[in-house]
Design a protein around this ligand. Structure first.
Ligand code: FE2
Length: 387
């Protein structure tokens, strides 16, 4: 296909073959004029080229049989998603920078600015309330030059706040919860990174050091004057409801609510993050791993809140449907966590859907969600879509 610069597109003219965006999405067909709004939006989004085999004309083709639907609604959808994703990413980056500064200051001078953390926690609480789905679907690649603790802290706070929102925890408590989630691993900064970033069995001495991090975090925050609920949440984020956790082997309701929420949020964040010793897991696999430990490690009520918020198939998961078609989860239904909304990408014959319809498969329907796609299947899918 030829590349045509967006600047060359003439308003209200036609092109006698389909025009594609990104070599992937159909933008418009020969029967549809290039509307001024469409061209403006392409410019706004810095699309410099479109792709087509056609030539510009001033009128539509004589035959209008087989009219394909305008690509405009697809473009609208695409732009809306890109805007939401960009907003969420900017917010995530902004908070990450703040946390980088906070951890840096702590490492250098041993100070933590509590007022700044309360401000950040407040900001995060209102952002999660307004744009929960956009933040939850955000996929954050780990930068090599960045401390793992930074994105892990921000992600844990987003998941903790989403759980708290589902459980209708009042705002003043949510602010404290977010602060505890942001700082729950701060004790790790006092442990040599080579101990917790390596893919090898730890010596008993090294394991002891790792196991000490909740106590170290607790002491740091207590000394800095943080509220008792924040300190306790941090201290108890590795306690398990069956009493097998650490440092105090607490069980059931002897573990604080913040401790239980941060345990689930931090475990989900860790599972979906790339670590030096393994690749990240997809959202569905991570949720299923947590579910296996429900009632043993994690409190069932908290786990349920995470599942109802994320759904069993979190947003952004690529899935195989029972008829062999493939799609991506675009929205979750808090009323029905097993039945999220799927945008269809490839049909059962492995051809891309032109209009990419959104469906909500339910139990007993002709087509249901069967499983998440494996990594090689996702690569293959992206290749087909990119052709
Ligand atoms: Fe931890």
């Amino acid at each position: 296909m030829k590349k045509v610069t967006v600047a060359q597109l003439k308003e209200n003219s036609y092109i006698d073959a389909p025009v594609y965006l990104d070599e992937k999405f159909i933008l418009t067909s020969p029967e549809i004029p290039l509307k001024p709004e469409l061209i403006q939006r392409l410019k706004k989004w810095n699309y410099q080229y479109v792709f087509t085999d056609g030539l510009p004309t001033d009128s539509p083709p004589a035959s209008t049989d087989n009219v394909v639907t305008s690509g405009e609604s697809l473009l609208d959808q695409d732009i809306k998603e890109k805007e939401a994703n960009e907003r969420a990413r900017q917010f995530f980056d902004k908070i990450s920078k703040e946390m980088e500064k906070i951890f840096g200051e702590f490492r250098e001078k041993g100070d933590i600015r509590e007022e700044r953390l309360i401000e950040i926690s407040k900001e995060m609480m209102s952002e999660v309330k307004q744009n929960k789905h956009d933040l939850l679907r955000l996929q954050v690649p780990q930068r090599d030059d960045q401390l793992y603790l930074v994105p892990h802290a921000v992600k844990t706070a987003i998941y903790a706040l989403s759980i708290a929102d589902f459980l209708k925890i009042p705002p003043h408590k949510q602010i404290n919860l977010a602060t505890a989630a942001l700082l729950h691993e701060i004790g790790m900064l006092r442990i040599p990174p080579k101990i917790y970033q390596h893919n090898r069995a730890l010596s008993p001495e090294e394991r002891k050091t790792i196991v000490a991090h909740p106590v170290i975090s607790y002491k740091i925050l207590k000394e800095a004057g943080f509220p008792a609920t924040v300190c306790l949440g941090v201290l108890e984020h590795h306690e398990n409801v069956n009493g097998s956790g650490y440092p105090r082997k607490l069980s059931g309701d002897n573990i604080s609510l913040f401790g239980k929420i941060i345990a689930v949020a931090s475990a989900y964040s860790a599972a979906t993050s790339k670590r030096p010793f393994r690749d990240e897991h997809d959202g569905h696999t991570s949720i299923m791993d947590l579910v296996k430990d429900g009632g043993k490690r994690y409190d069932e009520r908290i786990l349920r809140a995470l599942i109802f918020t994320l759904s069993i198939y979190p947003i952004g998961t690529y899935v195989m449907l029972s008829n062999g078609a493939m799609g991506i989860i675009v929205k979750t239904d808090p009323e029905a966590p097993k039945h999220p909304l799927v945008r269809l990408l490839l049909n059962e014959h492995n051809s891309p859907y032109r209009d990419r319809p959104v469906i909500q498969p339910k139990d007993g329907d002709e087509v249901t969600i069967e499983r998440p796609l494996t990594k090689p299947e996702v690569e293959q899918l992206k290749e087909v879509l990119g052709r």
